[in-house]
Each structure stands twice: as structure tokens, then as C-alpha cells.
Design a protein around this ligand. Structure first.
Ligand code: G6P
Length: 363
């Protein structure tokens, strides 16, 4: 097993570092498919995404991609909730089921219900020949390679890649994205792997996130705040921390903080704020001010420049710039590393956290 870890202490760390390659491979896989096909295999006016865990968080971001690029309404449900409500889906609905393993029981049950109601199913899956891919009408593969660590990392960013390219594809077919815009977005996406690589290499040298983890590993709770496409990243950052370090963490949309979580903020509370330069940047700066006014300990994930944030906290994690829709690819990486280093400092079994399974094949 040590050899398989290629010099990394844990699979999780190795898999975090494998993300640029997984994204590149997923882009190549999907682009060759798009070239081979002139149109989508089915007609629809609504998309329903179903998934569990980290795949569900990818789905929440997929909603932004699809609604922005193709103007088709998207609902996102936990598969375990979807299967027990009366979802309004029919033969004009496409259900997109996202699953790394393709074996999650709740996701499979949601797919079976969708098919009973006449919906068509597209799977986004990392495992060739898995149950989900056999039951779906159509599969878009992610090329993350085998993911061993229970806490999912590279599966997530390859799912985002597949969702983004699918959203673009639908947009081009529906005429909501021009050929020029498509090229512009693809060019931006293609740059993501090298930007991520740069970030990861800088972290290897400077160990900035490792330092922050050392400062915070004794924390009892943590709050993750984001807005817009980075609200799901706040949820994912909190999930990663809970899963492997057993620290209670909550992800929240920053604008909603005033309706509850702000009551929890004191001089002990770590607040991880995801604030790249995007349409909600100024709002995030105000949220940081609110946290600082209550003496919260702010860590900000932001871009170079962004002096407003630098004046408020010196715990800054700088990520490369990209199109605002694509920022989740880059903001999630420091949160994965933060959770990883904290769990490692606490001495936990990072790849095999207690009570959790890599794929939950029973209900
Ligand atoms: C388990 C894993 C998570 C994963 C979730 C969904 O809870 O521990 O990492 O996100 O299942 O798995 P799937 O294979 O359907 O993506």
C-alpha cells in the first residue's frame, strides 16, 4: 500500500494532488464525446439532479452551471430525500445522477423511481460498468482514476468538470451559448489544471495551509461561509472537516449568517470565508467585518490583490484567478488540504475515518 501512495503519507493527500490530472483527463474524455455527437440524446425542459454526500455538493454547483449556461431550470435533491417525496418529474425531465462509485443505494433508488416516472437518466460516474452506469440511459464518465480515500476529493472536481462541459453542451444546442462563448469557457476550463498545479506546488514549498491547520487543529467547531457558487464549497469544506477530523463544522450561505450562526461567533470560533473576486466579493467583505466585530478568527480564501480582506485578516489563502463560475475548482482545494492536515495533526486514520464507508450500498 505504501508504494501505491507514491510517496504521500495518505491516499487522501495523493488524491488531492492528482486533481489537475483528473480534470484534464475528464476534459479530454468529454470533449471527444461532444465532437462525436451533434445533439443531446433526448428532449427535455427540466433537469433534476440527485446525489449523496460530496457528489450532492457537486450537484449544487452543477445547478449554477446549467441554469447560467443553458437556462434550463434545475432542482437538486439528496437522493435519500428525493426517493421519499413525490417529485414532479415526467418524460420531459432529465435526471442527472452523480455518483463516484455508481453503487450508492439511495442514488440507485432515486434513479429507479425517475425511470418509473418516465424520466431519462444521465449518470455522471467514475466507475466503468458500475450499477448506475448500467441502469442509466446515458453515462458521462469522470476520469479521476480510482479514489481510495473515504473522503472524496478528486471525484468531486472531476464531477464539476463533467457538469460544466455538459452545461456548455446543452447551452450550445439550445442556443443560449454562442460558439465564441463556448470557446472562451473551454479555454478558461483548460487552464484550471495548471492553475491548480501551481497552487499545490506553492503549498508544497510554503506550507501555508499546513501552518493554519497547526494553528486551528484544537478547535471544537468551525464555520465555513460562502455565497453564490461558493456556498456549496462552504458545505463541502465543512463536510471534509467533519468526516476526517471529527470537528463539528457547519457550512452556511454568508448572507444567512445574521439569521443564526452569528450567535455562535466568539474569540474561539474559526470562520473560514470563501471570497474570490466575483459578483458577491463586496458582500463577503462585509460578512468578514461582521465576524471580526464579534472577534471571530477569520481565514479567507481569496485572490491576490483583494486589499479589503487583507486589511481585515492576515490569515489569507491566495488562489489563482479564473472566471467566477469556475472558482469552485480552485477554492475547494485549500479546504481539502486544511481538513487533511488537521486530521493528520490529530493523529486520525485519515483514509479510513470512523463510522464512514467509501460507498454506502445499503439504505
Ligand atoms: C459516502 C462517501 C462519500 C461520498 C458519498 C456518495 O458517504 O463516504 O465520500 O461522497 O458516499 O458516494 P458516491 O459514490 O455515490 O459519489
Amino acid at each position: 500500500a505504501q508504494a501505491e501512495k507514491a510517496g504521500y503519507k495518505h491516499f487522501m493527500l495523493k488524491e488531492i494532488y492528482e486533481q489537475p490530472k483528473g480534470i484534464s483527463d475528464t476534459i479530454s474524455g468529454k470533449l471527444s464525446l461532444i465532437k462525436g455527437e451533434a445533439e443531446l440524446p433526448f428532449d427535455f425542459n427540466k433537469i433534476q439532479i440527485v446525489a449523496c454526500g460530496t457528489s450532492y455538493h457537486a450537484g449544487l454547483i452543477g445547478k449554477f452551471f446549467i441554469e447560467t449556461l443553458s437556462k434550463i431550470p434545475v432542482s437538486v435533491d439528496y437522493a435519500s430525500e428525493f426517493r421519499y417525496r413525490d417529485p414532479l418529474i415526467d418524460s420531459n425531465t432529465v435526471v442527472v445522477a452523480i455518483s463516484q462509485s455508481g453503487e450508492t443505494a439511495d442514488t440507485l433508488a432515486a434513479v429507479r423511481l425517475a425511470k418509473l416516472k418516465g424520466a431519462k437518466v444521465i449518470a455522471i460516474c467514475n466507475v466503468i460498468g458500475s450499477t448506475l452506469t448500467r441502469e442509466a440511459d446515458y453515462t458521462i464518465y469522470t476520469y479521476a482514476g480510482p479514489e481510495i480515500s473515504v473522503a472524496s476529493t478528486k471525484a468531486f472536481t472531476t464531477q464539476l468538470t463533467a457538469l460544466f462541459l455538459t452545461a456548455l453542451e446543452i447551452g450550445v444546442i439550445k442556443g443560449t451559448v454562442t460558439k465564441e462563448e463556448e470557446q472562451k469557457y473551454i479555454d478558461e476550463l483548460i487552464k484550471i489544471p495548471s492553475k491548480m498545479e501551481d497552487f499545490l506546488e506553492t503549498e508544497k514549498k510554503e506550507k501555508r495551509i499546513r501552518q493554519l491547520a497547526l494553528e486551528f487543529y484544537m478547535a471544537k467547531d468551525a464555520l465555513f461561509l460562502g455565497r453564490f457558487v461558493n456556498y456549496p464549497i462552504a458545505l463541502e469544506g465543512a463536510l471534509k472537516l467533519k468526516e476526517i477530523s471529527y470537528i463539528h463544522a457547519e457550512g452556511y450561505p454568508a448572507g444567512e449568517m445574521k439569521h443564526g450562526p452569528i450567535a455562535l461567533i466568539d474569540e474561539k470560533m474559526p470562520v473560514i470565508v470563501i471570497a474570490p473576486k466575483d459578483r458577491v466579493y463586496e458582500k463577503m467583505v462585509s460578512n468578514i467585518e461582521e465576524v471580526k466585530a464579534r472577534k471571530g478568527r477569520v481565514i479567507a480564501v481569496t485572490n491576490a490583490g483583494c486589499g479589503e480582506i487583507r486589511r481585515l485578516t492576515d490569515r489569507i489563502i491566495e488562489i489563482p484567478e479564473t472566471d467566477e463560475l469556475l472558482t469552485p475548482f480552485l477554492t475547494v482545494v485549500p479546504l481539502q488540504l486544511f481538513a487533511y492536515y488537521i486530521a493528520d495533526f490529530l493523529g486520525y486514520d485519515v483514509d479510513q475515518p470512523r463510522n464512514l464507508a467509501k460507498s454506502v450500498t445499503v439504505e
